[in-house]
Design a protein around this ligand. Structure first.
Ligand code: URA
Length: 435
């Protein structure tokens, strides 16, 4: 069918057939469909939506637009998790090695920061020498030898998504549930997974601000991934404050090393990491209950196996061997460090995660345009959790900046993003729902 007929069909509210969708996506991949036609298609889907079956067809067509990885040489269950993105969300960094230390193989294809949210790849690039774009043979060998490898999307993985995503980005068609679903899942399915865990973030630091929207996206991701043959569970988790007590690339890697060394216990971050590893172990049949899975994850941490797995992954991908023993000698350090002081006595009551995330971008910790280079050293650490009682003049975070002027500006932005109130906020669960 001609691309314009497929667009007309969707514009007029009809369901697309599998063949129609496959032909259109083949055209997106080989260039037979023009940018204007791809944009019109995206806009038609934006307004008309897609049924579950149509979204499965779109996902599979985009997955099959490039190569689909095979893991015949790996004798462990192949599993992954994907987060829809947030601020101080460094879960992937520790989750992959913990899950690998528990017996899973985790070939994790991650992305760069988007908008105000951080990206796992940007964080890993703060480790000198770490190769985020290994060839297929090296990627495969690291997964086989170590159990996990976190890398970027290669050019032959879901190329239709790469083209369509770039067009959506500049035509106001990103925020469409079927398009987001197909975009995320086409890349994940191309990684050859047997099971998938989705972490759908909701709150001021996430793309979904509202639990209703998060539920719709989570339901769509779970139904479409299951429909495409990959058993999938979603956890909806809170993003109304940074998950780690640090945000910024190298600072989040440092935080991950501290976590693996057992220095971040009793935190919301720990709750999410353990819950997600546990779900993955149950999905893969390595644990019979989430409680058992959580116990396996804890023992991988306390025995040091998870930390050793992280160090081996980093070294196998070109980073320094001693990243866990002496991270401060490996990771870039900002020249200026300054405490951010509470302007009043009270309780940390609310955080505007988007403003906080943008403060890191403004320091150069994220990109203002796609070609920008990143300053991996900047950001915030020692961030107190919401609910903390603070005295006027007490440090509530520490800023790492390239200059004193930048530190002052970032400190002000930090204070703008936090509310100090006379009474403590009600505590809210970090894991909100399981779908
Ligand atoms: N992340 C993706 O990979 N695709 C989207 O459409 C949105 C977020």
């Amino acid at each position: 069918m001609l691309p314009q007929e497929t667009i007309r069909h969707k514009r007029d509210g009809h369901d697309l057939s599998r063949e129609e969708t496959a032909a259109f996506i083949a055209g997106v991949t080989d260039g037979a469909v023009s940018e204007a036609q791809a944009a019109a298609f995206a806009m038609a889907v934006f307004f008309r939506g897609m049924s579950r079956n149509e979204t499965v067809d779109l996902t599979l067509a985009m997955r099959d637009s490039g190569s689909v990885l095979k893991w015949d040489n790996v004798d462990r269950p192949i599993a992954d998790k994907h987060s829809t993105g947030g601020v101080g969300d460094n879960v992937s960094l520790m989750l992959a090695p913990i899950a690998a230390a528990c017996g899973l193989a985790v070939p994790m294809i991650s992305g760069r920061g988007l908008g105000h949210t951080g990206g796992t790849l940007d964080k890993l690039q703060s480790i000198p020498g770490y190769d985020i774009a290994p060839d297929q043979a090296r990627f495969s060998k690291v997964v086989q030898d170590v159990g996990c490898a976190i890398v970027g999307q290669t050019s032959d993985l879901a190329p239709a998504d790469r083209r369509l995503y770039a067009i959506r980005d500049v035509t106001a068609t990103v925020e469409s549930v079927p398009l987001i679903t197909a975009s995320i899942l086409s890349k994940k399915l191309a990684a050859g997974l047997q099971t998938l865990l989705m972490d759908v973030k909701v709150g001021s630091g996430a793309f979904m601000q509202d639990i209703g929207e998060a539920r719709i996206l989570a339901r769509s991701l779970v139904d479409v991934a299951n429909g495409a043959g990959v058993p999938t569970v979603a956890l909806i988790t809170d993003m109304n404050q940074p998950l780690a007590d640090a945000t910024g690339n190298a600072l989040e890697v440092m935080n991950c090393v501290d976590f693996l060394a057992g220095r971040k216990t009793g935190t919301r971050l720990e709750t999410v990491v353990l819950a997600e590893v546990a779900e993955m172990l149950v999905q893969a049949g390595l644990a019979s209950t989430v409680e058992e899975g959580r116990g396996m994850a804890r023992s991988a941490l306390s025995s040091g196996r998870a930390m050793e797995t992280f160090a081996r992954m980093v070294h196998a991908l070109g980073g320094p061997a001693h990243v866990c023993e002496r991270p401060e000698t490996c990771l870039p350090k900002a020249p200026v460090m300054l405490d951010v002081l509470a302007p009043a006595t009270g309780y940390l009551a609310a955080c505007d995660g988007r403003t906080l995330g943008l403060a890191v971008v403004d320091m150069g910790g994220g990109r203002r345009k796609t070609t920008a280079t990143i300053d991996h050293s900047v950001g915030f650490d020692r961030i107190l959790p919401l609910g903390s009682a603070v005295e006027k003049g007490q440090a509530i975070a520490r800023v790492h900046a390239a200059s004193r002027e930048q530190a002052d500006r970032a400190g002000d932005a930090f204070l703008t993003s936090y509310t100090i109130a006379e009474s403590a906020p009600e505590s809210s669960p970090v894991i909100i729902e399981r779908i």
